[in-house]
Write a protein that binds this ligand. Structure first.
Ligand code: MRU
Length: 340
């Protein structure tokens, strides 16, 4: 797979996901503001990928600070952390990764600033590499739940594109495929930004994993007809009680799955579990611009003055989740906080 995020010649290089599937292009962010805008505008998206990107943004910003004395350097770096943390509110991986960079900074208090800058860059690279390793571990655990011949429904894109590589929900699917299991994937298109249609279909086709695209409104009917054997989705934040925030529409999939006796799995690294948030009602849900719903790339999909509501995520209560697949194993939702 094409790398979603990487450090390239002094810049944070992002695969521009807003231009997929038509064009594979990269965006070189050379300052913190362009990293922040890229996260906000979904050039890079998916909970683990935005965490990794923010960590690299912190490292990038650190290199440009001219202060040579720790306190001044630290103050400016914390300002950078604040800017990046204000980009998107729901995915906890963003805050998790920034917090890890802050901890690195305070652990190095008293060291020469040049050494701190090098260490911050190294830390962001470690976060990236660990993310891929976590996805592969999730894949190994989750593949056990899949049998050859099954058809798996997924929502949004929880793939290599949403992580530093390999993917969460799609990582599990990828691992099952690599084990030789003949599976089929059904991808919800995922209105309004079409992460399922543009990204999941593209990503699976790159790997030659059989995928069929459906509109979001078809999922329940396919389950009723017995055409879906299990659902696997990713997560942006998992509360301590096992409630799961993920792309808008996930809750509807979970309800349909429960109604038709279809197992509903969530795959997420431990960096997505937020023990400090007791339940799903406390997870901040991002509201995005009206034009994502009212139009598509300059074309009107609704009257210009139509009132629009565009929450980007929903919460699926723990009781609708069969199990949560993490890098540390498969957990009942009520036990998942113990894995963090
Ligand atoms: O708005 P997005 O595209 O960042 O939303 C992404 C999702 O909801 C994914 O399902 C989630 O981040 C899990 S990614 C491994």
């Amino acid at each position: 797979m094409v790398p979603t995020v990487q450090w390239h010649e002094g810049a944070v290089r992002l695969l521009d996901q807003s231009r997929l599937p038509e064009t594979v292009t990269f965006l070189d962010c050379r300052d913190v503001e362009s990293v922040a805008v890229a996260i906000r505008e979904l050039k890079v998206r998916g909970a683990p990928a935005i965490g990794v990107t923010a960590a690299m943004g912190v490292a990038l910003g650190a290199q440009a600070i001219s202060a040579e004395e720790y306190e001044t350097f630290a103050k400016q770096l914390l300002g950078i952390c604040e800017r990046l943390a204000a980009t998107r509110p729901t995915a906890v991986n963003l805050f998790w990764a920034i917090e890890r960079m802050k901890q690195k900074l305070s652990a190095l208090r008293g060291e020469p600033v040049a050494a701190i800058k090098a260490a911050l860059l190294k830390e962001s690279q470690a976060i990236l590499e660990e993310d891929i390793a976590l996805c592969k571990a999730m894949g190994r655990h989750g593949a056990e739940l899949i049998q050859g011949g099954q058809t798996i429904l997924t929502h949004c894109n929880a793939g290599a594109l949403a992580t530093a590589g390999y993917g969460t929900a799609l990582g599990v699917i990828r691992a099952a495929w690599e084990q030789g299991k003949q599976i089929q994937v059904i991808a919800d298109e995922t209105r309004p930004v079409l992460q399922g249609a543009r990204l999941t279909a593209w990503e699976l086709m790159q790997d030659k994993i059989p995928v069929t695209l459906i509109t979001d409104s078809m999922a329940g009917s396919l389950m009723r007809q017995g055409k879906i054997h299990l659902c696997i989705v990713g997560a942006d934040r998992i509360a301590a009680n096992g409630d799961v925030a993920n792309k808008i529409g996930t809750y509807g999939v979970a309800l349909a799955a429960r109604a038709h006796g279809v197992p509903f799995y969530v795959a997420a690294p431990t960096s997505t579990i937020d023990p400090a948030t007791p339940d799903g009602a406390r997870i901040p849900i991002e509201e995005r611009a009206a034009d994502e719903v009212a139009g598509w790339r300059g074309l009107a999909a609704a009257p210009a003055e139509a009132r629009v509501w565009n929450p980007a995520f929903d919460v699926t209560p723990a009781e609708l989740v069969t199990a949560i697949i993490t890098d540390r194993g498969v957990f009942a939702p009520r036990d998942v906080a113990g894995a963090a």
